[in-house]
Design a binder for this molecule. Structure first.
Ligand SMILES: *[C@@H]1O[C@H](CO)[C@@H](O)[C@H](O)[C@H]1NC(C)=O
Ligand SMILES: *[C@@H]1O[C@H](CO)[C@@H](O)[C@H](O)[C@H]1NC(C)=O
Ligand SMILES: *[C@@H]1O[C@H](CO)[C@@H](O)[C@H](O)[C@H]1NC(C)=O
Length: 413
């Protein structure tokens, strides 16, 4: 048995050029290239942004893009192709995360390790060993990307150097499994959420516990900072979400309204809104400044497993155990599209940073790319033979990584 991660890369062109005698490369993404794209106009646009393409190269680049366009035509809307199948761990993966540029990523595993991978080569860069039980939550301190935090069922969190794999600190104090974690935006603190019903903040310089957030009556399963790092929000199986002052640990708001376990809780881009998803089949939208419920988003016929905002905060996407995803307008709170096609639970949903695509991962073994305006399925990403429980875009939106448990062996492609 082995367990894998798949990487999907979108179409683009790679420019090779010489600069002071050195051969350099630069990639240009063509995320929106389609059969009807005006290639001449596109090349003009690229030239304006890329002084590397001189007039003498125009025809060459045009031909290159035309050839890509023909290929796209043959493969309908298949803009992502399966780039790598990675034999990641001896035991199943738990979670995956990319660094900001997407040039490397990490996988957590039931084999008690976290592995660091080079995206381009598929090469394993490092294995972070030391936990005594499942490594469940993994995170980079993006945008810096020089540190990794791992949260384990062994009740500890470890902080690691990306460059050397050295363990800087082991944070001890939780009385049960750590299932979620996050760096603050300044990358000075790590927050951990645990089955022991508390969250803790840790100082990454000296390794000391800064605060314990006590107030939930059941497991904490989601945790996020607001953009300035002054507030931290925890979502719990006790059906509530609490917003805390990250400096003092004081409870600022308790969001009460859901009538089942919380599955996700997050801020929108300017932190004016909070979106919560629950096993009660609804999502709720809250005013982040006063903690009041503004709307309940209904329509799903089963538990909400994940939800997200796009980066402008105009759209909301929800994923459900009913096998569908939905797009809501944040302004009108109306459902504007229903994403149908998956044949199993959808456990993950995210917008690409450009906001024009949605990525979903499902127990039907596929991930899908959707048009975020129309809800049309643009591509089915196949390559796994078991449930996909984790998937993510990189910052540029041209790389997708999916994590799954695989019941049979794979070769590197
Ligand atoms: C590709 O996607 C576009 C919308 O982005 C759609 O109009 C077109 O029908 C799709 N083509 C195929 C072959 O699915
Ligand atoms: C991502 O990781 C690679 C490899 O460690 C590194 O070279 C690159 O600078 C990182 N990028 C960001 C934005 O963190
Ligand atoms: C985070 O929360 C604090 C306290 O409400 C607020 O002052 C700050 O503006 C918030 N950050 C953002 C980016 O909204």
């Amino acid at each position: 048995m082995c367990f894998i991660a798949c990487l999907f890369i979108s179409v683009g062109i790679m420019l090779e050029y010489e600069k002071s005698g050195e051969l350099k490369t630069k990639s240009i993404d063509l995320l929106d290239l389609g059969p009807s794209t005006d290639v001449s106009a596109l090349v003009e646009e690229i030239q304006q942004a890329e002084p590397l393409i001189t007039a003498s190269r125009t025809e060459q680049v045009k031909l290159l893009i035309q050839r890509l366009q023909e290929k796209l035509g043959q493969h309908s809307n298949h803009t992502f192709y399966l780039f790598k199948v990675l034999r990641a761990h001896i035991l199943p993966l738990t979670n995956v995360a990319l660094n900001k540029s997407g040039s490397c990523f990490i996988t957590g595993s039931y084999d008690r390790t976290c592995k660091l991978w080079d995206t381009a080569s598929g090469e394993e860069l490092n294995t972070l060993e030391g936990h005594r039980n499942v490594v469940y939550a993994v995170a980079f301190n993006n945008p810096y990307g020089d540190k990794i935090a791992t949260g384990s069922f062994d009740k500890t969190c470890k902080l690691w150097s990306v460059e050397t794999g050295q363990c800087y600190h082991t944070f001890r104090g939780h009385r049960a499994e750590i299932v979620c974690l996050s760096f603050n935006p300044q990358s000075t603190l790590v927050a951990t959420g645990s089955m022991d019903t508390t969250a803790k903040l840790w100082n990454i310089q000296n390794g000391e516990e800064v605060l314990t957030l006590t107030g939930h009556s059941a497991e904490i399963v989601s945790l996020s900072f607001n953009t300035s790092g002054d507030r931290i929000m925890t979502g719990s199986f006790d059906h509530t979400v609490i917003v805390w002052d990250a400096g003092t640990g004081r409870k600022v708001h308790t969001l009460i309204g859901h009538c089942a376990e919380i599955s996700s809780a997050l801020f929108n881009w300017d932190c004016s809104l909070i979106l919560t998803g629950s096993m009660d089949k609804t999502c709720m939208l809250w005013d982040a400044t006063n903690g009041k419920c503004m709307a309940t988003l209904t329509g799903h016929e089963d538990e909400i497993l994940d939800s997200c905002f796009d980066y402008t905060g105009k759209l909301i996407a929800t994923a459900s155990a009913d096998g569908t995803a939905r797009i809501f307008s944040a302004a009108t709170r109306k459902c504007i599209a229903k994403l149908e096609g998956h044949e199993g639970d959808i456990s993950k949903i995210s917008f690409n940073p450009q906001g024009n695509r949605l990525l979903t991962g499902s127990s039907d073994k596929t991930a899908r790319i959707w048009d975020a305006q129309t809800g049309q399925c643009l591509q089915v990403l196949e390559g796994h033979t078991d449930e996909i429980f984790s998937c993510a875009f990189n910052y540029k939106g041209n790389i997708v990584i999916t994590g799954s448990v695989e019941p049979r062996s794979w070769r590197l492609q």
